[in-house]
Design a protein around this ligand. Structure first.
Ligand code: GGG
Length: 332
């Protein structure tokens, strides 16, 4: 997080705009100290901000559902960030894993506030042989429609194609409904070629032929899993960014790396800061600073293209050394 903020501060100074950070320690340590990831008025504290820049959270000391449901998911829902946009691009200097693809440029549009991420359900008869758990998934016409429409509009802007991730052969209520709503929206976009692909086949295709993918619209869970997989195919989950968008801009949007807090390397100074930096670039772009955003993505891409990478990409640089190389590029 600190190097990504340094990059943004540097760009702000050069481009003549102001950034005021309001830092919050809403993390696992806070949970252990105060019993909550964020204070009860946390959402109100953020509501008048232009954007939320989130560093990876989570600690082996606390259950990870506490991390998500105590911080990330309430923010996504309260600020109606119903789109989670997750780009995967093969950066200059990197090779695709498991395939010969020499170009990868995919946008996963993940439905971000409903679907399989639902608190509806329950568990009974804990610890008994007849113990059971029920988890309901929620799909609304409005929710699927707006995710699909966002994806179609993106496909129009990219002059591309759209794949809808489904599993309507096995999940026989919600997924046929998903397909139906996507098909209804598709009628508004007769020029866009749409393919409905089963999520398992799509995952395999993402590994073997990632260059055959463009815009993908997916439910909350499918989009999460698929985008993690695609980022690994393009090099490392350490580089993947994520924008949680309220497209109407009634509320702040949230920008974060796709990855978690990687507790196995915490404090070693070896984490790849690109996912956080790229998320920062998406935030700048969202806030109308597209030129600064491009400078930032160009800067880390040039460092990687020159063969300077962190451990996850086969290199030897630590977080600080890599970040200093990016800052040096930005200062040129
Ligand atoms: N603490 C691990 C973590 O946050 N991993 C990333 C993650 O699971 N994000 C949840 C999501 O994007 O739905």
């Amino acid at each position: 997080m600190p190097p990504a903020m340094e990059c943004i501060d540097l760009l702000a100074a050069r481009h003549g705009f102001d950034v005021t950070w309001r830092e919050r320690d809403w993390n696992s340590e806070r949970y252990l100290r105060d019993g909550a990831m964020m204070p009860s008025d946390g959402i109100e504290q953020m509501a008048d901000g232009d954007g939320v820049f989130l560093g990876a959270v989570g600690s082996p000391g606390i259950p990870d559902d506490v991390t998500l449901w105590g911080l990330l998911i309430p923010i996504r829902r309260e600020f109606m960030q119903y789109i989670n946009l997750r780009p995967t691009r093969l950066l200059n200097g990197l090779s695709a894993r498991a395939s010969e693809a020499d170009s990868i440029d995919i946008m996963v549009v993940r439905e971000n506030v409903e679907g399989e991420y639902s608190e509806i359900g329950g568990r009974v008869y804990r610890g008994r042989p007849d113990e059971l758990a029920i988890q309901e998934a929620i799909f609304t016409r409005r929710g699927v429609e707006r995710a699909a429409r966002f994806a179609f509009e993106l496909a129009v802007r990219r002059g591309g194609r759209l794949i809808s991730a489904t599993k309507s052969n096995g999940i026989i209520h919600s997924m046929p409904f998903w397909d139906e709503v996507v098909n209804d929206v598709a009628e508004e976009y007769p020029k866009i070629e749409v393919e409905s692909v089963l999520i398992d086949a799509l995952a395999a295709r993402g590994v073997l032929r990632p260059d055959s993918l463009d815009v993908i619209v997916a439910s909350n869970l499918f989009g999460d899993i698929l985008s993690d997989l695609l980022s690994a195919v393009a090099g490392s989950i350490g580089i993947a960014p994520s924008a949680n968008l309220n497209p109407e801009r009634e509320f702040p949007s949230l920008f974060e790396p796709v990855h978690g807090s990687a507790p196995d390397i915490a404090g070693l100074g070896v984490a790849n800061p690109v996912g956080q930096m790229w998320a920062g670039a998406m935030m700048l772009d969202h806030l109308g600073r597209g030129d600064a955003a491009r400078e930032l993505t160009d800067a880390f891409e040039r460092v990687i293209a020159a063969g300077h990478t962190t451990r996850d990409l086969g290199g030897t640089l630590g977080t600080r050394e890599f970040s200093d190389a990016v800052l040096e590029q930005l200062n040129k």
